[in-house]
Ligand binder design. Sequence first.
Ligand code: SAM
Length: 190
Amino acid sequence: SYRCRSAFKLLEIDDQHRILRPGLRVIDCGAAPGAWSQVAVERVNSSGADPGLPAGFVVGVDLLRLAPLDGAHFLSPCDVTDAATPARLQELLPASVADVILSDMAPNASGFRELDHERLVGMCLSLVDMAEGVLRPGGTLLCKVWDGGLAHQLHKKLAQAFKEVRTIKPKASRKESAELFFLAKSYKDK
Ligand code: SAM
């Protein structure tokens, strides 16, 4: 069973958009308590559950500590927006690069919707900067954002760095009305 219901959002998105497959190297940002990492481990075969398929790699990052998970490495406590984090990730990743960056990060709710929106967009923008050191050309970034006035800034920055950006609203997150996901594909060569 999954550590958190959020797993179903990633399962739904991945069933539709085929982001994860055996052999891929994945960074899961804002990973605690670990449900997305569980999905990633299954889909990239990072625990080697299916010896007939290529084995992937999963590293989760969170400010909070995570309980160990077979097939995943965790950097925790660790701040994704910290300037030292990309180097820590590169050290762990096979060949120092990832194929996929996932982010379900969320700031602690302040109670002010617009402020929370701004903070989350800021975190996602820093994720695009982090991609520069750790995401391979052609790679994929999926990030959660709360809709609001600055979402277009994030969309624009993603569209500069990736060939294709889609906005996704999974059924599993319908009740959280402001939540949507940007799926950015084909990270550009510099
Ligand atoms: N995807 C997770 C799962 O399926 O178990 C749930 C993630 S939860 C909605 C959001 C997480 O983002 C929290 O655990 C929080 O600690 C983390 N977070 C927020 N800001 C962060 C940051 N700057 N660096 C790393 N993690 C952060």
